[in-house]
Design a protein around this ligand. Structure first.
Ligand SMILES: Cc1ncc(COP(=O)(O)O)c(C=O)c1O
Length: 386
């Protein structure tokens, strides 16, 4: 709540100001010269460090148990920078299957073509698969646990130890659990990346991202990928994140409580074939989740028991409180059907080979009253004719 805020420096203001300035001025040649000597820590030009951004970064680092954090203008900005920091042309990367789509495009498509990297995909649930995929030139293992598409978990402690023993860097996309529910760095992962556009922002009014890790990595990313590629975080965005962080644990507690209620309701419903939610005892990797996470957030998916597209659309279009949209982690409940976007790129056979069906629904349980949300789902499910 108070960490990183020097209220005496802001006339006692209870909320830090937005430092909306492009540059900082100095008294003398000697003063600016001294600032340049310590440029990773000093305010010189806002494409580098900015005081409002720094307060948000310090709070985020504290939450994650990281030495440092670097904010980015989007989660993808953070992911791209962390990956580029770890690899060179021609390197080999191991990534889990079903990572967030644009991260997959970056690794398996863009960097493959531009930098000649190679990628091996592993399901992520068995350590042997990671071990078998390691080559002489493997430099990075990229994780997402739980993954936002199928909610697969990886054993972070085991993968972290394996990677360290082979001198391979590790990055986890920790957006689903947030630093509140999963301390990935303490479990031995080198760096964690987040889309702050989800729970960390939480109000559906920010696009931002963050990379967190040790000071050496984060200073290198701040100097090179952040400043040279020019991915500057807006002070206003950082200020909104400060606002959001003050309620993050409280919001997460409510997301978790409502999501558990809804997951249990769905699991018991005759028109639902299966529910994917790491907080349910029936979740195949429940024990691993209990070992490495201290809570569960509000994003889950479920499969309707029908494959009839008209019936599926009837359910989808009947919801009133769950709004139709692609993101998650905000105050508002959302629904999305992966078939809408995937079937534009994949055949039905390729789509079902991913373990997803036409009746798959992804919901983000928001902060509305949980009974109202359950009722909304119940009414829409009743509309599906047997
Ligand atoms: C798991 C995950 N990681 C990263 C991102 C990218 O974040 P952003 O949209 O802030 O670039 C998203 C966005 O949906 C996501 O779902």
């Amino acid at each position: 709540m108070h960490f990183g805020e020097d209220r005496n420096a802001y006339e006692g203001a209870v909320v830090p100001p937005i430092f909306q300035n492009s540059l900082f001025t100095f008294e003398s040649w000697e003063a600016i010269d001294a600032a340049y000597e310590d440029r990773t820590n000093r305010f010189i030009y806002s494409r580098g460090k900015n005081p409002t951004v720094q307060v948000a970064e310090q709070k985020l680092a504290l939450l994650a148990g990281a030495e440092k954090a670097q904010l980015f203008p989007s989660g993808m900005g953070a992911i791209s920078a962390a990956v580029l920091h770890c690899i060179n042309a021609g390197d080999h990367v191991i990534a889990i299957k079903n990572i967030y789509g644009p991260a997959n495009n970056l690794l398996g498509n863009y960097l493959t073509q531009k930098m000649g990297i190679t990628v091996t995909y592993v399901p992520g649930d068995k350590l042997e698969d990671f071990e078998a995929a390691i080559c002489d030139n493997t430099r990075l293992i990229y994780l997402e646990s739980p993954s936002s598409a199928v909610f697969g978990l990886q054993d972070l402690e085991a993968v972290g130890a394996l990677a360290r023993s082979r001198n391979i860097r590790t990055i986890i996309d920790n957006t689903w659990a947030t630093p509140i529910f999963q301390s990935a760095l303490a479990l031995g992962i080198d760096m964690e990346v987040h889309s702050c556009s989800k729970y960390i922002g939480g109000h559906s009014d920010i696009i931002a991202g963050v990379v967190m890790g040790n000071a050496k990595d984060i200073d290198a990313i701040a100097t090179r990928e952040y400043a040279w590629i020019g991915a500057k975080t807006a002070p206003f965005e950082a200020w909104l994140i400060l606002r959001s962080l003050r309620t993050l644990p409280i919001r997460l507690r409510q997301h978790q409580e409502s999501a558990m209620k809804i997951a249990r309701f769905l699991e018991a419903h005759s028109k639902i074939k299966l529910v994917r939610y790491p907080g349910l005892e029936s979740f195949p990797q429940y024990a691993l989740g209990q070992k490495q996470m201290s809570g569960y957030t509000g994003l889950m998916s479920f499969q309707l028991a029908t494959e009839d597209l008209e019936k599926i659309k009837t359910f989808f279009n009947s919801l009133q409180l769950f709004k139709i949209g692609v993101s998650w982690g905000g105050h508002e409940s959302l629904i999305y059907a992966p078939a809408i976007s995937y079937l534009k790129e994949l055949s039905l056979e390729q789509f079902t080979a991913m373990g997803i069906s036409l009746g798959d629904m992804r919901i983000s349980v928001g902060l509305e009253n949980a009974d109202d949300l359950t009722n909304d789902l119940e009414v829409a499910l009743e509309k599906i004719q047997a």
